[in-house]
Ligand binder design. Structure first.
Ligand code: P6P
Length: 334
């Protein structure tokens, strides 16, 4: 009988020792994310058929119209993460303040989670892939007390785990606990995530650049110079590079992780600090990038060394293949 791929649950048990201080908490944490991602998959796959398209006319803290599925995904993840009693609180990109889980079982827990429940959700209406991004931290406030803001304002280098779910042609969960990056594909007929991409490594070089060139005129000169470099003709370095910009960060990141490439959302006159959030988007993807051999910076410093000042802080974001990000930094430094 053909050997079947390892399931996510089996993989976590095999690698339990990789997650410090855990007495099965990682398994619990990731299995709640696994459950929530299956439910979100179901909601997304029928989005065209039920009344969850279109915005519900509620603006989130970012001033963006909150799509109905944003709200649904947010509730699904909160419920799944709260139910297992293994985290003391949660901060979501969709909510202004963090949530305190205040039952005793929650107060004694060691971990807190930051999540962007459905990034790129404006693509739902046009059937383009979207994603969930999550980050797990060990709390710094005393166990037994309510979680505090300081627990969510830790630098990205403190993450104990991070990952994303990409709802694309298939649903994939990709995560790290600081011991490399592994990808699991949902086998819908049996509802299990199976190890499909063991020990993912981001190619050091790539030929794909992902940026919204519609903002070109608003970018700093160094960014313009790097985009010009990507578009120049130079057979020796395989340029012009291919421009690929899905408008869904998780999908662009995932493609670059597998094929090599750079994604950047720079600061511009339209977005003085860029658009992406440090805590919910940049830090988790930076952790995955570094764990697979890539680089993530804000144009000046390592993303994971930035000390967050506020929950929804935005930063310029350059992430991807080591040599491509280093080349971009050369242009930014000039
Ligand atoms: P723009 C989606 O809203 C998102 O946060 C990322 O998923 C995506 O890469 C980016 O914003 C797209 O933003 O301004 O280029 O449309």
């Amino acid at each position: 009988m053909q050997e079947r791929p390892q399931t996510l649950g089996e993989f976590i048990i095999d690698h339990q020792r990789d997650f410090p201080y855990a007495s099965g908490e990682l398994s619990q944490l990731l299995s709640s994310i696994r459950l929530a991602s299956k439910i979100v998959t179901r909601e997304i796959r029928k989005a065209g058929l039920t009344d969850i398209l279109g915005s519900n006319e509620v603006e989130n803290v970012q001033g963006e119209t909150q799509m109905k599925l944003d709200d649904i995904a947010n509730e699904i993840f909160i419920k799944a993460l709260k139910a297992r009693g293994i985290i003391c609180g949660l901060a979501s990109e969709e909510m202004e303040d963090f949530i305190i889980f205040d039952e005793e079982k929650h107060k004694d827990s060691k971990y807190c989670v930051m999540i962007d429940p459905l990034d790129g959700s404006s693509n739902i209406d046009v059937n383009v892939s979207v994603g969930t991004i999550f980050s797990i931290y060990r709390r710094i406030s005393p166990q037994g007390e309510a979680v505090r803001l300081e627990d969510f304002l830790q630098p990205g280098r403190n993450q104990v785990a991070a990952g994303y779910v990409v709802y694309g042609s298939s649903t994939m969960l990709v995560y790290t606990t600081g011991h490399g990056v592994n990808g699991f594909t949902l086998e819908p007929s049996i509802g299990t995530f199976q190890l499909s991409h063991p020990n993912l490594r981001m190619p050091e070089d790539g030929k794909i650049y992902s940026v919204n060139t519609g903002n070109y005129l608003k970018f700093p000169d160094g960014v313009k110079a790097y985009i010009d470099y990507c578009q120049d003709v130079d057979a020796a370095t395989g340029r012009p590079y291919t421009g690929r910009y899905i408008g869904s960060l998780v999908s662009d990141f995932h493609r670059n992780l597998l094929k090599g490439g750079i994604y950047f959302y720079p600061q511009g006159t339209n977005a003085p600090n860029g658009k992406l959030r440090l805590t919910y988007e940049c830090n988790p993807l930076a952790f995955l990038a570094e764990q697979s051999g890539g680089i993530a910076t804000d144009g000046k410093q390592r993303i994971m060394d930035i000390e967050p000042q506020e929950l929804h802080q935005r930063v310029p974001f350059f992430v991807g293949s080591k040599n491509m990000v280093e080349k971009a930094m050369e242009f930014l430094g000039e």
